[in-house]
Ligand binder design. Structure first.
Ligand code: HSE
Length: 447
């Protein structure tokens, strides 16, 4: 099918025609979207080929928002469904958050022939296939650049810019709150609790920071990145997820001594067979010791960065604001221009293209390296015995460092790459060993 024929299947309204937009939600992002729409209206019209006309803004509490400057002169409604179904709405922007209610609204919009722009990572990571199917059946667009790292154009980069390449691995700092906390711990020596309190005081962390600090937010983003990068649907439930709540000031100090920095990384990688062909893919989120000379180690404060390794392009890094009203609104507007342009001129955005459909394997199957910090009895033969335990679990040692203190010794063991399953096994063995007083921390190595 040629492009012209394809556009014929998805005809446009014609140059100069207005594009009706419904905005669902008026939190920080919705407000940012409305502000940018007003500020950039002339430029947006030039880029789209027709003006954007906001048909209405749906909110859960009309009274709360009716005096806000951004909605003056606009139709404000508590009935999102009625707004979506209006004939003069062409594109629906969903910036509500949550999963079940926005899913219902987004599906309704797509099935009514409206293109959708969403910033909702949890929704896309949980129900991406269902949404993509609905968009394909209706012949409309589904865009979600803002769902991953806000203004950093990483979804479009994977979907369009690297569409001709082979992405091998993606590792990224995709949660600003946890990066702020880990950076504050490293730069001030603060405890996790103190750094979290500071993140809350400055407005980075939510009143309930669970989704950030337990890694759930990053896991949704990892699922989307892996899906795009490997042309294979990876969902939130496929992503192994560990947060930062167990990281201590001692861990941070030990990392510094070893010229490493602890980062919460989302890692998406291919698993290769003996011929170098992809046999499966994996996505995970966990605290990781990153060597200080790796670009990700330098990403401080609440910044995000995504490091991509592609066969032909080589190593790429994308850095910037991964959250906040204006940066997220910037990404939403970029998508809105794409969706609106297609409504005016016809055609559709590049589809997700998840043709590869590799098996998505669990964490136990991947190879990682461990940095284990433990306290052991300081007596003859302990080190030799522990080394044998590692060998029995098929885990090879890379480095061992011991610091004595009275009748006990602090032991730092760094392993070579080994199957995560075997590494988990050795940690359980160590915990049960009569000469191991405590396993103080286990952190994986390598960006
Ligand atoms: N709470 C997220 C962060 C932003 O701290 O990066 C939204 O995903």
């Amino acid at each position: 099918m040629t492009a012209a024929e394809s556009n014929g299947n998805f005809p446009g309204k014609g140059a100069g025609a207005p594009v009706g937009v419904a905005i669902l939600g008026k939190g920080t992002v919705g407000t940012g979207v409305l502000q940018l729409l007003s500020e950039f209206s002339y430029n947006l019209e030039q880029r789209i080929g027709g003006p954007i006309e906001v048909r209405g803004v749906a909110v859960s509490n009309v009274d709360k928002h009716k005096d806000a400057p951004e909605v003056q002169g606009l139709y404000l409604t508590g009935d999102a469904t009625e707004l979506i179904e209006r004939d003069d709405v062409d594109v629906v922007v969903e910036v509500i958050g949550g999963i079940d209610y926005p899913r219902e609204l987004v599906l309704k919009a797509l099935r009514s022939g409206k293109s959708v722009v969403t910033a909702n990572k949890a929704l896309v990571a949980a129900h991406g296939s269902e949404l993509a199917d609905a968009a394909n059946e209706a012949g409309v667009d589904l865009y979600y650049e803002a769902a991953v790292a806000a203004a950093i154009p990483v979804v479009g980069m994977l979907r369009r810019s690297l569409a001709g390449d082979q992405v091998q691995r993606i590792s990224g700092i995709v949660n600003g709150t946890t990066n702020f906390i880990l950076d504050a711990m490293a730069t001030t020596g603060a405890s996790y609790e103190e750094a979290l309190a500071e993140a809350t005081r400055l407005g980075y962390a939510e009143a309930d920071p669970t989704a950030d600090v337990e890694g759930h937010d990053a896991a949704s983003k990892a699922a989307i990145l892996a899906s795009m990068g490997f042309h294979t649907r990876v969902t939130f439930d496929d992503v192994h997820c560990e947060g930062i709540t167990q990281i201590t000031a001692d861990d941070i100090a030990a990392a510094k001594r070893a010229n490493q920095t602890i980062k919460l990384l989302a890692i998406c990688e291919r698993l290769l067979d003996e011929n170098g062909n992809t046999r499966a893919v994996n996505a995970r989120v966990h605290p990781t010791l990153v060597p200080n000379d790796h670009p990700l180690a330098t990403v401080d404060k609440s910044y995000n960065a995504i490091f991509v390794e592609a066969e032909a392009a080589g190593r790429l890094m994308f850095y910037g604001n991964g959250a906040g009203g204006a940066p997220t609104a910037s990404a939403v507007l970029g998508d809105l221009v794409g969706a609106a342009r297609n409504k005016v001129h016809g055609g559709r955005a590049p589809a997700e293209n998840l043709y590869a459909d590799y098996p998505v394997v669990g964490f136990e199957e991947v190879e990682t390296r461990y940095h284990i910090n433990m306290t052991v009895n300081d007596r003859v033969g302990v080190l030799a015995d522990l080394a044998r335990q590692f060998a029995d679990s098929d885990v090879s040692l890379s480095a061992v460092r011991q610091e004595e203190s009275g009748d006990e010794a602090h032991l730092i063991v760094v392993t070579h790459a080994a199957q995560e399953r075997n590494l988990q096994e050795i940690v359980e063995r160590l915990k049960g060993h009569e000469d191991v007083r405590s396993v103080n921390s286990v952190i994986r190595l390598g960006a």
